[in-house]
Design a binder for this molecule. Sequence first.
Ligand SMILES: Nc1ncnc2c1ncn2[C@@H]1O[C@H](COP(=O)(O)OP(=O)(O)OP(=O)(O)O)[C@@H](O)[C@H]1O
Length: 296
Amino acid sequence: MKPILRVKNMTKDYGHQRGVFDLSFGVESGEVMGFLGPNGAGKTTTIRTLMGFIQPDHGRVSIKGRDCFRCAAEIQQDVGYLPGEIAFMDDMDGMEFIRFIAAMKKMPSLQRAQELLNYFELEPKGRIKKMSKGMKQKIGLVCALMNQPEILILDEPTSGLDPLMQKKFVDLIQEEKRKGTTILMSSHLFEEVEQTCDRVVIIKEGRQIAVEKMDELNKNHQRILILKFRRASEAAEFAARVPNAQTDGKHVTLKTAGSLDAILKLAAHYEVEDLETHRQTLEDLFLHYYGKENHA
Ligand SMILES: Nc1ncnc2c1ncn2[C@@H]1O[C@H](COP(=O)(O)OP(=O)(O)OP(=O)(O)O)[C@@H](O)[C@H]1O
């Protein structure tokens, strides 16, 4: 399938190793793509390039075959966009701002905006200047979603939202996905990405380090086991008989995929005081890519 949103060998170099370098990925129609990386990795720069606010130094960035910088006005009109830092007109009332954006998008009705306001339990009265970060974020989300765009680009969509609203956001994205909306969203919340995305692009210091399918990740997910033995000598003996096991005194940590049967039968020969198991999460994967194991 041909990607609807495409980043090809894209570089935006701010000097001193800052910026993004040679990124290439595509998002297919109806796909939800997560965009992950630590602070300063280049997520916002990439997203702003896709929205046509920034011209890449090299490479090509396009949406539905249109060059994002050259066709910026059309792209900004069509794509539902939530910026990382929302630059509101602070003196406006919340509803005035929504009406203003709706007029820019030439929307004939505010019905969907009202549904979204109800959904997020937001009364957009009063000046934006006086609103909390969460309320502003909700206004930003309403503006991004209210004209039911075919493509959504969301930069840290749940930043500032409380856990209940984060959950509502996940439900909303799942609904958009059922409708066939194509979505690219950056996030720091692994759970939210796990629950919504089909694939993830991981970037680090401006460079792309992986594109992973969530399906594959779930299918091949590894389990991390931490066993505590009564004696350190037993821990060492057990670890010597299991591949990829690490000992630390009485503790043994190992990663395994598939059945635990053989490991548990072997462990039963010793006195085991405690056993913890964790499913490898996207967070573990992320830490792995950043060279920091979650369970050392
Ligand atoms: N206009 C600019 N001029 C110079 N450097 C910039 C500019 N915009 C971004 N950078 C630098 O480019 C790098 C990537 O920044 P970017 O904001 O894209 O990261 P990010 O992944 O979105 O981070 P965060 O999670 O903190 O929002 C950073 O080192 C940043 O300082």
